[in-house]
Design a binder for this molecule. Structure first.
Ligand SMILES: O=C(O)CCC(=O)C(=O)O
Ligand SMILES: [Fe+2]
Length: 497
């Protein structure tokens, strides 16, 4: 693309150097994902009611707080700071508090829900999948970390909280701060620094939508992913507040593609031994090749190139799809439930090569009313196979049709099913909408769902809209594909979910 030979030379030299540096293994990956206005809110439940009442951010309200990540004023950040719990760190199986090691406050996943879900971004998924040697993965939300001035986290390795956990993801929210550099050091002493202080407020762009409307990406979220055995630290924040969301990256040990163990060491060892590891490594670093990597400035600064999926990968995805479909058709009901449950986990958060479109990556407008015609790959095959077995399949939209489920919404909002946050408590219509959407995300995030109820398989397009396609209705991205054993009705008393 009109590149000057000297530039190319420099780029190639740099890339070769990177490959040399990382030739033994890649231990981390990073990037940026857009934070769209439409999905920029988080809900936090303050730990202690009195704190919540006192905090200026609550403005007299009790829980939950709805915070827009795009509008984190000092007041809001101060509120978060005072309502979060002090962050412990793990020493053996214990949780220890020591500000010399870790000074920050946090909202654990049980007290936090986010509209922002990184796996909706295909590039995020594919980069991590490559780091993991091609395996599918799912994310479990872990925490929202709040680092005020002077907060830091000394060198540590993350606790493996789940036998399936192999890596961690850190996503940095768009607030203004200085310091707070995340430094990773692998066992060969190679250090990668992720300094997000300068780019945290970088405006996002939204080429699809053109205008800065409610669906636009206003900011980027920087992220990094690293294996569990990587030492890392966060240097003291010297100014402002740094907010990070953390997630456990898990591999389902029952996936036949993988070894028996889900431990990071084993997965990593397999990756190293794999004769294709080198190729994968080159691929995983491929996104750096168009730009200049300055080590210690952080991989995250690099702009990616569009990643083309090879024919081989596409083929593999389709093969997987037909295998799944044939299993769905041949298995007993019980086996089917087990299979679907597994698939559910992989499919919710995983990434299939043939599924580039999934996870909201192709947020788009469409004139189609016929959802089925939009399904591809695994979704379509599953859909057809389940239909054949008489299962009801329905796609429903997060925003437009969630009302259908009436009471079901209560089921997932709030911590205690006995004492749910009711929709009527919501303060205004915008918040109501936020809660609705978060409800849905919470539902999807819930690792152990009742296997006898409804299965949620895929994020796909949804929500009636008022945009383009003059003359007829149009629909905006993000629908949830739901399979149910019982009919899905419009009945407001339908509480199966
Ligand atoms: O906030 C960060 O950048 C990293 C946080 C971290 O290392 C952790 O929560 O274990
Ligand atoms: Fe950590």
């Amino acid at each position: 693309m009109g590149e000057e030979p000297e530039q190319m030379e420099e780029r190639v030299v740099e890339f070769r150097k990177i490959l040399e540096d990382y030739s033994a293994e890649a231990f981390c990956v990073g990037g940026q994902v857009p934070l769209r206005k439409k999905f920029s809110k988080i809900v936090c439940w303050p730990a202690v009611a009195e704190v919540a009442a006192k905090s200026p951010a609550t403005e007299g309200r009790s829980s939950p707080w709805v915070i827009n990540l795009l509008e984190c004023t000092e007041k809001v950040l101060a509120g978060l700071q005072s309502a979060g719990s002090p962050s412990p760190f793990g020493r053996g199986s214990e949780k220890v508090f020591d500000e010399r090691v870790r000074k920050a406050v946090e909202f654990p996943a049980e007290r936090m829900a986010s509209q922002f879900v990184p796996v909706f971004n295909a590039e995020f998924c594919s980069r991590i999948q490559r780091l993991l040697g091609g395996r599918s993965f799912f994310l479990q939300p872990h925490k929202l970390n709040v680092y005020g001035e002077g907060a830091h986290f000394a060198k540590h390795k993350d606790t493996i909280r789940d036998p399936r956990m192999v890596a961690s993801v850190v996503v940095c929210c768009p607030t203004s701060f200085e310091g707070g550099v995340l430094s990773l050091v692998d066992n060969r002493g190679i250090q990668i620094d992720f300094d997000w202080s300068q780019s945290a407020l970088t405006p996002g762009n939204n080429p699809d939508r053109g205008s800065a409307d409610a669906g636009g990406a206003d900011r980027v979220m920087n992220w990094a992913c690293f294996f569990c055995d990587v030492d890392h630290e966060v240097s003291p924040v010297t100014k402002g507040t740094r907010l990070t969301l953390t997630y456990d990256v898990c591999i389902d040990s029952t996936d036949s593609e993988r070894g028996d163990s889900g431990s990071g060491g084993v997965v990593k060892a397999e990756v190293e031994q794999d004769s294709k590891a080198q190729k994968r490594l080159a691929e995983s670093l491929g996104f750096l090749s168009g730009s200049r990597l300055k080590r210690r400035r952080g991989v995250e600064e690099q702009k990616s190139e569009v990643e083309q999926k090879s024919e081989v990968e596409q083929g593999k995805g389709n093969e997987v799809a037909s295998q799944i479909a044939s299993k769905v058709e041949s298995r007993s009901e019980e086996q089917l439930l087990t299979l679907l449950d597994k698939l559910n986990g992989a499919h919710r958060y995983g990434y299939y090569p043939a599924h580039d479109y999934a996870f909201g990556a192709t947020d788009t407008w469409t004139g189609e009313r016929d959802w089925e015609s939009q399904l591809k790959g695994v979704d379509l095959q599953l859909h057809r196979a389940l239909m054949k077995r008489g299962w009801v399949a329905k796609l429903f939209a997060l925003y437009a049709e969630l009302d259908l489920y009436g009471p079901a919404i209560h089921f997932n909002v709030g911590l205690d099913p006995e004492d749910p946050v009711s929709m009527e408590d919501a303060i205004d219509s915008e918040e109501l909408e936020t809660l609705r959407s978060i409800t849905e995300l919470r539902m999807i995030n819930t690792p152990q769902r009742d296997p006898s109820a409804i299965y949620v398989y895929s994020f796909w397009y949804g929500s009636t809209g008022n945009e383009p396609f003059e003359g007829h209705d149009s629909y905006y991205a993000r629908t949830v594909l739901v399979f149910s054993k019982s009919p899905i009705t419009n009945d407001r008393d339908h509480t199966t979910l």
